[in-house]
Design a protein around this ligand. Structure first.
Ligand code: FES
Ligand code: FES
Length: 247
């Protein structure tokens, strides 16, 4: 080992001691210094961070509490909803879903709550003729729209052709999904009339005037789940309604 890499040996030491030290490398010593510096830096840094965290906790908790309070404090809004041709005035928490407004505030319980997460279609209603999951629609956003629920499809004692077709073809078992299925099918027929396309239309390459085949019906009704598995009869009912006959 070259001398420049070794420690400086004090003159006061005797020869034996000098011999013992002469090959002692300088690096370990420097490493110790480095370690000491690093440790000091680390302690200092974590001290600062720790202080910041400790002093920041009350503000963080306060901010979280304020946020939680804001989220749970109702913001009420007076709205008028036009449902099945009739205007209804309501004072609603702005977070109320259209489904809850219908069921809980207006006693229109035809629309069903299956999942409340937009996954089953039981809550399907029509907004200006377009199908929506009312559990995912804020009631206040439906102001100004024509809302049609299952209760608004029939004219007096005369069923809507889709309702009649579901009856005729036994398109249900327990009936829980049925209001959503029927509202969805009503919109489906209108969409088809306006040449709206589905994935199946593209798969079959029939994108100018897609025929409403059973596959098209299945695809277009795929947002409506039936846990009873009444799908064959539902498809038959939609097919019959499309043809304008329930038999
Ligand atoms: S309840 Fe709305 S999609 Fe299931
Ligand atoms: S008829 Fe029972 S869930 Fe569809």
């Amino acid at each position: 080992m070259s001398s420049e890499h070794c420690i400086d040996i004090p003159d006061q030491l005797d020869d034996q001691q000098k011999d013992q030290l002469k090959d002692t490398p300088a690096d370990p010593f420097n490493s110790v210094i480095d370690i000491e510096v690093s440790r000091r830096t680390f302690i200092k840094t974590t001290g600062i961070l720790g202080t910041a965290v400790v002093t920041g906790i009350p503000q963080l908790v306060a901010a979280q509490e304020a946020q939680a309070a804001a989220a749970t404090t109702p913001q009420m809004l007076s709205v008028t909803l036009k449902i099945n041709g009739t205007s209804k005035s309501l004072s609603l928490d702005t977070r109320t879903s259209l489904l809850d407004a219908l069921r809980e505030h207006l006693a229109l319980t035809g629309s069903k709550k299956g999942c409340d997460h937009g996954q089953c279609g039981a809550c399907t209603v029509l907004l200006d003729g377009r199908r929506v999951n009312s559990c995912l629609t804020l009631a206040v956003t439906a102001v100004g729209a024509e809302i049609t629920t299952i209760e608004g499809l029939a004219h007096g004692d005369t069923l809507h052709p889709v309702q009649a077709a579901f009856l005729e073809h036994d398109g249900f078992q327990c009936g829980y999904c049925t209001p959503g299925q029927i509202c969805s099918a009503v919109a489906l027929l209108k969409e088809h009339k306006h040449n709206t396309l589905s994935t199946v239309s593209f798969e079959t390459g029939n994108i100018t005037n897609p025929e409403l085949t059973d596959n098209e019906i299945r695809e277009r009704m795929s947002g409506n789940i039936c846990r009873c598995g009444a799908y064959p009869n539902i498809v038959a009912a939609v097919r019959a309604a499309m043809k304008g006959a329930s038999a």
